[in-house]
Structures are given as structure tokens and as C-alpha cells.
Design a binder for this molecule. Structure first.
Ligand SMILES: Cc1ncc(COP(=O)(O)O)c(C=O)c1O
Length: 341
């Protein structure tokens, strides 16, 4: 049976299936919030969950001090990114972003018949927002996606640049703030998205909250966009267990902040150790470092030592993304690198 043409050119999402003891390839975190176990209460597992996850939306609203009506919850922010593309991008429409950035923007666009166009990042891996605006004026995309801080580079654009983009385009703008929790939040648009008629901000519990396995994400936007997205959202899209888990996670604000502080501290130590070993390490506002390695096959050598990092030869051979691990993970990585190099 032939698929629809847009699917023919796609490949399944590949996760490197190797047995390693230290996983630094997917920007996950430690299971620090529920390491002592988890008790879920009043689980009416026979019934469908709240289709709009109102309890979790209320908890998010209190956490960020914003009105929960501007929020939507998804089964991972991946579901929400695809939902936005499904709702707004018709076959033939263009989606514009930077390259390199999160690879699924291209995949979801292609899947839904759109054309993905990207502007290369600058030599220092920063964004030239003026260049993005100029390309947008020429190609007239339906949607512009900006990842901030960017995966895989860790670069974070200034809020003033993002405001300039939003105010200088007719396109819908999606800011993917999956890693924003690792910053001081001053460059975020999560709370202001409701005030624009062309802005959506997405976030996730998968990174700073250490809940990648629960598949929980959320987004904020204005009432008009929310009404359109609600027409397309799958009913009961977030399961009962994850909705309750999300509420419990948000009760642990202090633990989340101290975990984030620890990641930032360990990132600085790791950055210095990698630089001392001859790596070029780019500034990163996220929970990972983007590096140029002195050796090209670094990831294959590290797998033999039981450590997995992410190869970005698709950007340029010798480039890798390394998640900031625990103190002992990072020490093991540095010791292995000393051996390998
Ligand atoms: C930039 C970015 N956005 C979105 C996602 C999707 O995250 P999730 O679906 O787990 O919320 C990821 C995952 O790695 C990511 O790096």
C-alpha cells in the first residue's frame, strides 16, 4: 500500500539502540523529583481523563502566575508542535526556521505537506534575526519556528530580537522554549504570548523537571489561536497518570530550582574540562554543550566506554552535543575522554 506522497521521503525517527551506563545523548535529567517513589490518588482509570487537563492547567497557571485559559497541555511538547503545524500549515505552505535546530520541525512540516525552509545560523552559532525577517518577507512562510535556547547549539536570542521578529511578520511565530527553564527566564515570552495575535510559546516537563517518560508539554497563546487549536486537538490527549504527575511535580518548585542550579554549576565545570582537553565549546543556556571535538569518531569510541553522546555530523563532522549529567557521569566522561584522546 502506497503512503501519501509527503510520507515517502521520510525516515522513521531513530534512537541509538545501544546498551550504555551513561546516557548523555537526549538532554534528559535525573529522576530527582520522584526518586523515592510516587503515590497517585483517586485514579478513576476506567474513565477517560479530563480532555483539557484543567487541573494541570490550573497548577501551571499558579506556578507561572498566569491565567490558565491561555494554556494547553499536550502529550509532550512534540504533540503540541505537530498540532500547531496540523492546524495552520496547508499543503504547499512554507515553514521557516534556523539550521541547525530541533529536527522534528522539518519532519512534521513535510508530513503535513508543507515545505521546510531554514536559514543557517551564523559562524558563532548565533541567530541573525534580521536575516530571518528578510527571508520571511521573500518566501512568506505560514509559520516561523524559533527554538530558544536552541537545540542543539544552546544559543539564546535576545528578547528584543524576538519581539522584532513577531512585530515584523504576518506569519504565526512558534517559540519553542523547551530549555528555557535552565535560564533566568528573562528572555521568555510564555506569559506575554496571550497579548499577540501571532504568537505561541511551547514548553516541556521532559527536561528541567526530569519527566521525559511521562510525555508532558504545554503551550501558551491568545484566545483566537487557542480556539483554532482546540478544534484539532485529539480528545483526551494527556493520560490520567501524567496529568496527576504534572500537578505533583509543580508542587516541588524549590526542588526544581535547586536541580536547575546544580545543572548550571556542573555545566560550567564540564565546559572548562572539555576546553582543557582541546574541545571548542560553545556558550550554552541549556542543559547540554555543543562542541567541536579534536577527533571525528568520538561517539563510537565513547560507546565502547559505556557513554552515549549525540553526533551532529549532519551539521559538520566532528560536532557533538553532550547533555550535562550528574557529577559522577561528567567525571566518567572526562576520564574516558582523557583515555580516548
Ligand atoms: C527543542 C525541543 N523541542 C521539543 C522537544 C520535544 O520534547 P517533548 O516532546 O519531550 O516535550 C525537544 C526534545 O528533545 C526539544 O529538544
Amino acid at each position: 500500500m502506497k503512503t501519501k506522497p509527503a510520507i515517502e521521503q521520510l525516515n522513521p525517527y531513530r534512537v541509538k539502540d545501544v546498551n550504555v551506563s551513561i546516557k548523555l545523548d537526549a538532554n534528559e535529567s535525573a529522576n530527582y523529583l520522584f526518586k523515592d517513589g510516587l503515590v497517585l490518588e483517586h485514579l478513576d482509570i476506567n474513565l477517560y481523563p479530563d480532555t483539557n487537563a484543567n487541573g494541570l492547567k490550573e497548577a501551571l497557571g499558579s506556578y507561572f502566575d498566569m491565567n490558565s485559559t491561555h494554556l494547553m497541555v499536550g502529550s509532550g511538547s512534540s504533540e503540541l508542535i505537530e498540532l500547531i503545524i496540523k492546524t495552520y500549515v496547508a499543503p504547499g505552505d512554507k515553514v521557516l526556521s534556523f539550521n541547525p535546530s530541533f529536527t522534528m520541525y522539518d519532519v512534521y512540516t513535510t508530513m503535513h505537506g508543507g515545505t521546510f525552509v531554514s536559514v543557517p545560523v551564523e559562524k558563532d552559532l548565533s541567530y541573525d534575526i534580521d536575516k530571518l525577517i528578510t527571508v520571511a518577507h521573500t518566501i512568506k512562510p505560514k509559520l516561523i519556528i524559533v527554538c530558544t535556547p536552541n537545540n542543539p547549539t544552546g544559543y539564546q536570542p535576545a528578547k528584543a530580537d524576538i519581539a522584532k521578529l513577531i512585530n515584523n511578520t504576518d506569519a504565526l511565530v512558534l517559540l519553542d522554549e523547551a530549555y528555557m527553564d535552565f535560564t533566568d527566564g528573562s528572555q521568555s515570552f510564555l506569559k506575554e504570548a496571550k497579548d499577540y495575535d501571532n504568537l505561541i510559546v511551547s514548553r516541556t516537563f521532559s527536561k528541567a523537571f526530569g519527566l521525559a517518560g511521562a510525555r508532558l508539554g504545554y503551550m501558551s497563546t491568545s484566545p483566537g489561536i487557542m480556539a483554532s487549536l482546540l478544534k484539532v486537538k485529539t480528545p483526551y490527549n494527556v493520560n490520567l497518570l501524567s496529568q496527576q504527575l504534572g500537578v505533583k511535580a509543580l508542587e516541588k518548585k524549590q526542588a526544581v530550582q535547586s536541580f536547575i542550579n546544580g545543572v548550571i554549576e556542573r555545566k560550567m565545570i564540564l565546559k572548562e574540562a572539555l576546553s582543557n582537553l582541546g574541545f571548542i565549546v560553545y556558550p550554552s543556556q541549556a542543559n547540554f554543550l555543543f562542541v567541536k571535538s579534536p577527533v571525528i569518531e568520538l561517539d563510537e569510541w565513547l560507546i565502547e566506554q559505556g557513554i552515549l553522546i549525540r553526533n551532529f555530523a549532519s551539521f559538520e563532522p566532528g560536532y557533538f552535543r553532550i547533555s550535562v549529567g550528574s557529577e559522577s557521569d561528567n567525571r566518567a566522561l572526562i576520564n574516558a575522554l582523557k583515555e580516548v584522546l
